[in-house]
Design a protein. Sequence first.
Length: 195
Amino acid sequence: MDAILEFLRNFGAAGLFIHAMIDAILFPIPALFLQLSLSALNPESALWLATLGYAGCLAGTPIGYGIGKASGNLVLSKIIKQKWLDAATALFRRHGEAAILIGSFTPIPFKLFTILSGCMNYPLWKLLVYAAIGRAVKFYAVGFMFYIYGRAAEHMVGRVLGIILLLAGVLITAVWLFIRNYRKRKKGKAPESES
């Protein structure tokens, strides 16, 4: 894995695009690690790197989804333990949108969500919308930190990034739950007003 990561690092920004794309498909090492090392080398390009990583992830998302549709259970059973797969599947059935949204900017491998979405015939457009929101938070939080603080951000990432992602996750989930509950209440009141 280190050799592959080093190989991708040699391609710079293009390597990050490729890494982010295969991270959404099957690659076990998150693209965040390559984004961090490239941003530390060239902080003034950190936002460009965030954009390429983000674009690569969105480009790989439909491919991971396709793998899930074709043979997702087989693939997932090889890369994660069955008890985790069962728990993730149950959670995904109950809270698909929230699972994708939260999972797209946490350390949980994003490929799990793309493949599981295909496995469970979750609408691809919804996967792309929620992935776009969550992955933007993750890639651009790192990009802005390096762009603003330069190489000093490398020492801040461990502490600050975790807090930023946690706060963003709570905020996005709260907005999502508010919208969802609002729609449910609106649907519940619609038949009463007609009668």
